[in-house]
Write a protein that binds this ligand. Structure first.
Ligand code: GAR
Length: 209
């Protein structure tokens, strides 16, 4: 059984999708803890109501980024994760913290990386006139939103879309690809090559269109 720890900062809908798919599809895995940097993250109550351990490491309580990182690492390691997931976690962890979980640390980002790393992805994609946007599940590396890509979903932009409409459409695809990528990791189906590319050992498509 792979022990999964999920970091959130807000609503936690990706976290919920992973918890639900894990139970429904009987993955060889268990979400053992949901941690947040924000005490008011709505996803914490959802997880706690399902008997999942929760904890808050409030970034506002730390003057220095390294101290926040160290406290977060301690809170994570209590749960001995085999896999660490960022799911709408809106703080940047430093290189030491990231490298500690190298090869067992995934993120979902709401763009077709390497396009639009960082914030306000949907607004920036609309401003750029993109006709297709999407979401990316990738291994986390110290460079923000930049690690080896596990899976991507392509999502059309519709005429008249604003960033909220687009975000909602992309989020539906996130709820498909993130659980799938996590399942693959837990089943040992992912291979991270020396070339930095991620392959599914069974040849499953790593694209959702
Ligand atoms: C999701 O769209 C996720 O891709 C994004 O925040 C949202 C969280 O929603 N993450 C990032 O922007 C990270 N750079 P959720 O809390 O409902 O899962």
């Amino acid at each position: 059984m792979k022990r999964i720890v999920i970091l959130i900062s807000g609503r936690g809908s990706n976290m919920q999708a992973i918890v639900e798919r894990c139970a429904e599809e009987a993955w060889p895995a268990e979400v053992v803890a949901v941690l947040s940097n924000r005490p008011d993250a709505a996803g914490l109550a959802w997880a706690a109501a399902r008997g999942i351990a929760t904890a808050v490491v409030d970034h506002k309580a730390f003057a220095r980024r390294e101290d926040f990182d160290a406290a977060m690492v301690r809170a994570i390691d209590v749960h001995r994760p085999d896999l660490l997931l960022l799911a709408g976690f809106m703080r940047i962890l430093g290189a030491d913290a990231v490298e500690r979980y190298a090869g067992r640390f995934l993120n979902i980002h709401p763009s077709l990386l390497p396009a639009f790393p960082g914030l306000h992805t949907h607004r920036r994609a609309l401003e750029a006139g993109c006709q297709v946007v999407g979401a990316t599940v990738h291994f986390v590396t110290p460079q923000l939103d930049h690690g080896p890509i596990v899976m991507q979903a392509a999502v059309p932009v519709h005429p008249g879309d604003d960033e909220h409409a687009l975000a909602a459409r992309v989020l539906k695809s996130e709820h498909v690809i993130y659980p799938l990528a996590v399942r693959w990791f837990c089943e040992g189906a992912l291979e991270l090559g020396a070339d930095g590319r991620v392959r599914h050992r069974g040849g499953a498509s790593q694209v959702l269109i």
